[in-house]
Design a protein. Structure first.
Length: 299
């Protein structure tokens, strides 16, 4: 019989892209993971990893084994969720990873409601960037993720993850405050502030600009959207800002008529496949939905 722990380690190498990265994330030594995966190859009788430069990658057999491991883990999640239904009220520890904006504006209200309604439920929050949070979810380091998704950008991987859309948050374009723009051509020289270029939000913002015929001058990069807002207010940069950020800051900046105003990001709640029926996770999800709706009403 195959060892589930070793199967999971192989899956971690797939998720993190290398044996070294998996070892760092799991606080294992490289040699310990290498030894365990060597034993797994002996158990299966096939080569699961092959050299790729200075690292390794999964062979076709390794990829297939990871897909089967995903199904096994999903079945375990369903079994755990079904077992948890024997308790009349949600209880236990639930760790949630969420992006910065919603961590500040929505999650405190959701956590307060959960503490009042379900005292046996211990919900713990981590502030994480969306791309990192999804990997942590698949690695079972967190139990749920609250993330955002932008039109036309890659969504969370469908394999191993169940997604619920919590709501929509409009995203509007703002030009540097205090500057006047008399014609569209002047926008070509505007300096922009965006999130890290590899992020889905930055890729979306660049694509929107290019569809307008603008190649944006990216002068500033930061994952802090409040920094983006302050740069706009000081007349130093243009930015795409979600309503949630502008309203939270109480800012008086006005969206630009030169930039699209009909864009929006979706706020999503992610759990591992098989865990959708967990009473604890359903309670957390519902509390976040209610808090988000309350925040949207105040806006």
């Amino acid at each position: 019989m195959l060892d589930l722990h070793r199967l999971t380690l192989l899956r971690e190498v797939k998720l993190h892209g290398s044996m070294s990265a998996a070892a760092r994330e799991l606080a294992y030594s490289h040699s310990a993971i290498s030894q365990q995966l060597g034993l797994l190859e002996k158990e299966t009788g096939v080569v699961l990893l092959e050299k790729a430069g200075r690292s390794v990658r999964l062979t076709a057999a390794g990829e297939e084994l990871v897909r089967n491991t995903e199904a096994i883990l999903a079945a375990m999640e369903r079994a755990e969720a079904d077992l948890a239904t024997s308790h009349q009220r949600p209880q236990g520890v639930v760790t949630v990873a969420a992006f910065t904006t919603i961590s500040r504006s929505v999650m405190p209200a959701a956590l307060a409601a959960l503490a009042q309604d379900f005292p046996g439920l211990d919900v713990r929050l981590r502030r994480e960037d969306p791309e990192i949070a999804v990997t942590q979810l698949l690695s079972r380091q967190v139990d749920a993720v609250v993330t955002d998704a932008f039109p036309g950008t890659p969504r969370a991987p469908s394999g191993g993850i169940s997604t619920t859309v919590i709501g929509q948050d409009p995203v509007r374009g703002y030009l540097p405050h205090g500057h006047s723009f008399d014609n569209f051509e002047q926008l070509r020289n505007v300096r922009w502030v965006v999130e890290p270029l590899a992020s889905a939000s930055a890729q979306w913002a660049l694509r929107v600009c290019r569809e307008l015929g603008i190649e944006p001058v990216v002068a500033h990069v930061s994952s802090d959207l409040l920094f983006h807002l302050r740069m706009v207010e000081q007349g130093l940069a243009a930015a795409f800002l979600p309503d949630m950020v502008v309203q939270e800051a109480g800012s008086k900046i006005v969206p630009s008529a030169w930039l699209p105003e009909d864009q929006q990001r979706s706020i999503q709640f992610l759990v591992r496949s098989g865990a959708e029926r967990s009473r604890a996770l359903l309670a957390v999800r519902d509390a976040i939905v209610q808090a988000f709706q309350g925040e949207s009403t105040r806006q």
